[in-house]
Design a protein around this ligand. Sequence first.
Ligand code: 4GT
Length: 242
Amino acid sequence: MRIDILCLFPDMFVSPFSHSIVKRAEGKGLVEVVTHNIRDFAHDRHATVDDYPYGGGAGMVLKPEPVFEAVEHVQALTGNTGGPIILLSPRGRLFTQAVATELQSWSHLILICGHYEGVDERVSEHLATDELSIGDYVLTGGELAAMVVADAVVRLVPGVLGSDESSTEESHSGGLLEYPQYTRPEAYRGWVVPPVLLSGHHGEIAAWRRRQSLLKTAARRPELLNGVALSDKERAWISGRS
Ligand code: 4GT
């Protein structure tokens, strides 16, 4: 998979991507992440990429020309693969694990990061094929959102995670919150690890973990239970507790 990221501050990606799963994926030759500076596609010698909003108002707006031309440059470079062109924006559809799974199936992604007060609407209307938000809050720029998307997608590319890590993906949580994890020491400041985890009874451990996932989900994110297949027994057990 190749991911091209168009932004105004490509340096922001250097450290995160050199420590994360992205580095590992690149090392294995499974993923290539390339950042581009939208400013390189400005038209004037001052490299202007923003301008005042038509109609007035506070702040500046990212001009359309450098963004369109940066995308066209990437398409020429990569052979115009027809993959998603994603604008990161607080108005986008919510980025979830399901969206990450969907994106993982493409061989090429283009991510566009906005800055200033916003991006000229023609980018959203006539260039981006998709618009994603990582959550209901406002950031200074789309770069952090692009990092989140890249990280979540790259770890799903087959071969990036070891088979141990990837097998925990589907089989365990399946739309529920994770069960509690413990490691040594067995007792820390008087807080002991649940004895079942030391019992060696794999069946009991699996059942305990499932119950813990259900409990935590019911307590903290009850809406997630709607998307999960529960047995009648589990449903009754949860409603008896909440
Ligand atoms: C939030 C998100 C995002 C921003 C999000 C254009 C000017 C957008 C700054 C940018 N804020 N981008 N992608 N929640 N801010 O995903």
